[in-house]
Design a protein around this ligand. Sequence first.
Ligand SMILES: Nc1ncnc2c1ncn2[C@@H]1O[C@H](COP(=O)(O)OP(=O)(O)OP(=O)(O)O)[C@@H](O)[C@H]1O
Ligand SMILES: [Mg+2]
Length: 258
Amino acid sequence: MAFIEIEHLEKTFQSKSGDTEALRDVSFSIEQGEIFGVIGLSGAGKSTLVRCINLLEKPSGGRVIIDGRELMKLSDSKLRLARREIGMIFQHFNLLMQRTVLDNVCFPMEIAGIRKREAREKALNYLEQVGLSDKASAYPAQLSGGQKQRVAIARVLASKPRILLCDEATSALDPQTTQSILRLLRQINEKYRITMVVITHEMRVVEQICDRVAVLEYGRIVETGRTREVFDEPKTEAARRLIYTREYTDIESEGSGI
Ligand SMILES: Nc1ncnc2c1ncn2[C@@H]1O[C@H](COP(=O)(O)OP(=O)(O)OP(=O)(O)O)[C@@H](O)[C@H]1O
Ligand SMILES: [Mg+2]
């Protein structure tokens, strides 16, 4: 059995204006240490999918099995423990603006009941690993987007996750900063063997760090395979469309640089 097994996952949102089937019979598996990408157009269900992996969103059907444990069958206390092993980073960083960088990184350790001094020591170590030692006493508002994401990464490392879910983690960053964050994620993946799920609409991100990729369209996985193979020879119209869009974007951004 793979480290992460998603089986027949369904998610329907109910509202007065009608039901939205955000996920339809989604199944795939991810090996430990793998970096797995999920691509799809806006509204395809990418965020819903990652939120279902850590049960931030309750699936309407199907199973999420992590390291042999079916999350929806766990007691509340066991689920809390299981979720601690799943970290998440976001497009807009989600830092605590009233706290310093150091205190942001200390936060998950405080919640876990680690003593203040020990937490500070560990936090400084994580900040060093993300290259932000000199910003420990700064506030998030004083940082660039890339630096903010580094703080978020240091904070997530402090909770010692075995899985890291990245929802558009580089989408608010310029291409060069994106590169540096991707390099950092790669290092972390290798050093701590953290399994990563990378949700993005940026094809370059997938090409650069994902071992495998799944293409989501209208809540269904229509294609999945090794990144190189899917990019070189997309089999579905949905994948082709995403990959061609990448090329158009390249042309546009070259043009606008003049
Ligand atoms: N809380 C919610 N209530 C109702 N509908 C929702 C909710 N969250 C998501 N949806 C719907 O589910 C579908 C999938 O949304 P989701 O946010 O997962 O897409 P996405 O692929 O992450 O898009 P984007 O690339 O724009 O972030 C959309 O039709 C969306 O409107
Ligand atoms: Mg989304």
